[in-house]
Design a protein around this ligand. Structure first.
Ligand code: HAM
Length: 418
């Protein structure tokens, strides 16, 4: 679990979150904030009892009355619970929600894998239409595009078919692998018993070798599932969202059926999924709600942010202006200008500590100021301020009442981020 403590990093996170909110709100999503702690059974019933997440990775605890709770390992189950509790109970049959916040999984930490990580997630309830899948996937695509990441992230797509197709496929895969499991590790053999589909994305070489000739999911799709999947692909092609079909994508959560997808990032190493999701048409009902379909995805903030080059943020930078009064009167005068400059889009700091020019200049440099504004008794008598380019160490006197317009002329576009 990590602190997010560097100012630049925090700014990058805020920027990414802001972009995501903009895109999702334009598409009719509303934010939902659910508790970080839920009844542990919620995740057992949704993510699945035989998944790694529930079996090995969930942080569980007992409250003072012995109730079993869990720190949420993901957001979908919580959002479905909240949707059922507050919406379907009032006969509202559809909804589009997004959420952002920390999730917890007791995984082995490594590059891109944390025990507390942040997700931005989306869920759409009430439609089984394949073009809704395509519409949703487009929103992820749009975010990557706006962050300038299209070349680094690629979309992988698969269909798991209906629950019935999945069951048939699971049986057939198990039968096949049972015959060749001789050289599998103990762990892989155990997984074959409990959750054979998870072997498809196993990193074990012996397993991967055998899988080359194993039955593939696509051959087990029902006619309806096939038509659905084709329509999703049609939608993505029309929207010019590039994708690759990958029959190995099964996802580590049990609630999926039909469309599943992952965005993988180049250069992220073993933990290369930046975002992932899929359709879950039985989950709302399984969690006590009406029979309503759903689809969604979540992206991992740490992984996403690590792909954004820091220069992205320095495009159209916010000018940093350091105000240096040399006496109390100048302090008051600059104090009165502070908000006007900030509202014009500059980042401004007024240094009221002590009156030594030297120490204020040192602090200005440390604060990484682009511009310094110096005013003292001498300047006041002439009606000017000293306008200093801190990066070039050059300065000039300008009429005091022209400060704002001078500053804006240096940044005429005023395209500050956020
Ligand atoms: P997930 O694939 O488990 O799906 O997680 C989604 C994303 O969260 C991953 O692609 C990854 O970027 C990030 N992530 C997961 N675990 C970690 C970790 N330990 N450290 C850092 N990042 C991590 C879900 O959670 C589903 N609820 C997604 C969904 C929403 N499906 C439908 N709606």
């Amino acid at each position: 679990m990590e602190d997010l403590h560097q100012a630049e990093q925090v700014r990058l996170w805020q920027w990414v979150e802001g972009k995501a909110k903009q895109i999702l709100e334009a598409a009719g999503f509303q934010e939902l904030r659910t508790p970080v702690v839920e009844d542990a059974a919620l995740f057992e019933r949704s993510v699945g009892e035989h998944t790694d997440i529930v079996e090995k990775e969930m942080y569980t605890l007992e409250d003072r009355k012995g109730k079993r709770l869990a720190l949420r390992p993901e957001g979908t189950a919580s959002v479905v619970r909240a949707f059922v509790e507050h919406y379907t109970s009032h006969n509202i049959q559809e909804g589009r929600f997004y959420y952002l916040g920390p999730m917890y999984r007791y995984e082995r930490p490594q590059k891109g894998r944390y025990r507390q990580f942040y997700q931005i997630g989306t869920e759409i309830f009430g439609s089984d239409h394949p073009l809704v899948d395509a519409e949703l996937i487009y929103l992820g695509h749009q975010l990557f595009k706006e962050l300038g990441l299209n070349d680094q992230v690629s979309l992988q797509l698969n269909s798991l078919g209906s629950m019935e197709c999945r069951r048939k496929y699971r049986e057939s895969l198990k039968k096949f692998l049972d015959q060749v499991k001789g050289d599998f590790s103990e762990e892989a053999r155990e997984r074959l018993e409990r959750n054979p589909l998870r072997l498809l994305d196993s990193k074990e070489e012996a397993v991967q070798e055998r899988l080359a000739s194993a039955p593939v999911m696509t051959d087990f799709l029902s006619k309806e599932a096939k038509v659905h999947f084709e329509e999703v692909q049609w939608g993505l092609k029309e929207l010019e969202v590039p994708f690759e079909l990958n029959p190995r994508i099964v996802r580590g959560l049990d609630y999926y059926e039909k469309t599943v997808f992952e965005w993988v990032g180049a250069g992220l190493g073993a933990q290369n999924a930046v975002a992932a999701g899929g359709r879950y048409n039985h989950l709302v009902k399984d969690l006590g709600g009406p029979d309503l379909p759903g689809v969604g995805f979540a992206l991992g903030m740490e992984r996403l942010v690590s792909l954004v080059p820091p220069e992205r943020l320095s495009e159209g930078p916010t000018p940093r202006v350091y105000l240096i009064p040399l006496d109390e009167v100048a302090g008051r005068e600059l104090f009165l200008q502070l908000n006007e400059l900030r509202e014009a889009g500059a980042k401004v700091h007024l240094d009221l500590e002590g009156n030594s020019l030297k120490s204020k200049m040192r602090r200005a440099a440390k604060w990484n100021a682009d511009w310094g504004v110096i005013s003292g008794p001498e300047e006041r008598s002439k009606g000017v301020v000293v306008f200093r380019n801190m990066k070039e160490s050059s300065q000039e006197e300008i009429p005091a009442d022209e400060l704002l317009s001078r500053l804006l002329s240096k940044f005429p576009t005023k395209t500050f981020l956020l």
